[in-house]
Design a protein around this ligand. Sequence first.
Ligand SMILES: [Zn+2]
Ligand SMILES: [Zn+2]
Ligand SMILES: [Zn+2]
Length: 170
Amino acid sequence: MPNPRPTPPPNHDHGVCIETALRNAASLCATRGLNLTPVRRRVLEIVWRAHDPIGAYQILGELAKERDKAAPPTVYRALEFLVDAGLVHRLDSLNAFIGCDTPLAAHVAQFFVCRECHGATEIDDPAIGRALAAKSHELGFRIEPASLEVKGVCARCNASARDQQQAAEQ
Ligand SMILES: [Zn+2]
Ligand SMILES: [Zn+2]
Ligand SMILES: [Zn+2]
């Protein structure tokens, strides 16, 4: 059972996450006959390096550090490719992108989005996916791949708010 996916601890070896993501991407692209060009691969790596959702302009900034010229259309096209391939999800509410760690399984992405720290956790609950699919079929509504974003406050932010409140009460 892959869900609910635990949030990785802050001190985990994120290099392993990035390596796994890049390996998954390479095999997915090879299987589907997609061309993972060097720039697409770099953009994917930058998205993964961030761990939290990252905006296109931040990605552009990162790329600019490494290449003499990274025009915005290059980044937008690379992101479009990655989103279409299911390797990256777009979070409309944050206007940002996040890597998917189960790109090989077709799914409608579901996210908890924290309004405090702007972190996002992919929930990926098949039961929610099935319920959405059944309802959309019933209503003839075509769901877009990454379109479920549930807003709230994450466990970490909840805990720090509690700590602050306790400190204030003492
Ligand atoms: Zn990680
Ligand atoms: Zn996903
Ligand atoms: Zn938070």
